[in-house]
Design a protein around this ligand. Structure first.
Ligand code: GLA
Length: 403
């Protein structure tokens, strides 16, 4: 008996030593046991409801978008995700299960996912790491595993996960919990992190999610700021100033596209699309696909520009020159090719030049240059490529050095 008592005392003392070695404020660590599924070898392409429809979402509208994506040529150009952003959710039931708004989604989310899948497309939803979403609907805090299992049952392929009403939560930990829940859900689900770049996501998001927002929200304007949102060129400047951490299965997201929403000119939308492709950005259309004009469709389905975005090397462009309103962006492509954008932010046309030294090529190197908007091919160019660039416009080229 005494022997047992002594053993117990020794055990208690040992526990005391171990406890003393662990600092009192140590954080719980959460390990992502399952590897991140390789669901985004190139930047995801799709459509999301927020930019155009905000909270005005419904199953009829979403079905129309899926129909249009499949029939318009968008699907053939590579777009595949149909994502419902905020406001599809209404409440939780007595067991905590998330419920869609029954008036707007009377057939339920499963039926809608099935419909989207029947078009050969993939289906996405939105939630938030806080108690509430940004639109005030129930968030996933404390329900991560339950929600992930529900998404898997419904047939969800993509989750955009937002950062409103998160209080003192640690972003890396909160997104890691959802990543773990999704990886253990039994279904392949892309995780789109949306904490607006405020918790240094470049340090942790690449191992947690497939894409992560780097800025506040975009709105449909060439430039400007309103509340939390910014115009297209404001976002571009924020991105240009930061180190570009991104690559296959881990993409930096400068927010969704505004092409076709009506508040920029056709030239400005061409610039928006070109620059997002240069950044290896996820190409998530944000317009009403069921009512696209010819220019909107032409821009969104420019296969040469999309091929730059989807280049398998996955290296985002850098701004290699900024002189007043004139900028040169360069992106290395697989196989020794390059993409470049001559960008004129000014109000008058500009004569611009892409000098070979910006590409790291000797001036004598001959290359074929394809203008990706006019489709003009110029063979055997050496030294530099000159072009006139429209106000607020780009000349975007693909440069193929001759062997
Ligand atoms: C945040 C996100 C947006 C959108 C809204 C929805 O602002 O950054 O992209 O999802 O919430 O409320």
């Amino acid at each position: 008996m005494q022997h047992l008592f002594r053993r117990a005392l020794r055990a208690i003392a040992l526990v005391g030593v171990i406890a003393a070695a662990v600092p009192a404020q140590a954080h719980e660590t959460l390990k992502l046991d399952a590897p991140k599924p390789n669901l985004a070898p190139t930047p995801p392409m799709g459509w999301n409801s927020w930019n155009k429809f905000k909270c005005d979402v419904s199953e009829d509208m979403i079905r129309k978008q899926a129909d249009a994506m499949a029939a318009s040529g968008m699907k053939d150009a590579g777009y595949q995700y149909i994502v419902i952003d905020d406001c599809w959710q209404k409440s939780r039931d007595a067991d905590g299960n998330i419920q869609a708004d029954p008036e707007r989604f009377p057939s339920g989310i499963k039926a809608l996912a099935d419909y989207v899948h029947s078009k050969g497309l993939k289906f996405g939803l939105y939630s938030d790491a806080g108690s509430l979403t940004c639109g005030g609907r129930p968030g996933s805090a404390g329900h991560e595993f339950q929600d992930a299992r529900q998404y898997a049952k419904w047939g969800v392929d993509y989750l955009k996960y937002d950062w409103c009403h998160t209080g003192t939560r640690n972003a890396e930990a909160a997104y890691t919990i959802m990543a773990k829940a999704l990886r253990e859900s039994g279904r392949d689900i892309v995780l789109s992190i949306c904490e607006w770049g405020i918790n240094q996501p470049e340090r942790w998001a690449p191992k947690v999610g497939h894409l992560w927002r780097t800025t506040g929200d975009i709105y449909d304007a060439w430039e400007g700021k309103k509340d939390w949102s910014m115009g297209m060129t404001n976002i571009l400047d924020l991105v240009a100033e930061r180190e570009q951490v991104a690559g296959p299965n881990a993409w930096a997201d400068p927010d969704m596209l505004e092409i076709g929403n009506g508040n920029m000119t056709t030239t400005e939308y061409e610039s928006h699309f070109s620059l997002w492709a240069m950044l290896a950005a996820p190409l998530i259309a944000g317009n009403d696909l069921s009512r696209m004009d010819a220019d909107t469709l032409r821009i969104l389905t420019n296969k040469d520009v999309i091929a730059v975005d989807q280049d398998p090397l996955g290296k985002p462009a850098r701004r290699t020159l900024k002189e007043g309103d004139l900028e040169v962006w360069v992106r290395p492509l697989q196989g020794g090719e390059f993409a470049a954008v001559l960008f004129n932010r000014g109000k008058t046309p500009a004569d611009m030049k892409l000098a070979w030294d910006r590409l790291g090529l000797p001036a004598t190197q001959k290359a074929d240059v394809k203008d990706l908007w006019s489709k003009k091919l110029t063979k055997g160019v050496s030294g530099s490529y000159a072009a006139k660039v429209a106000p607020h416009g780009v000349v975007m080229v693909r440069v193929t050095p001759q062997r």
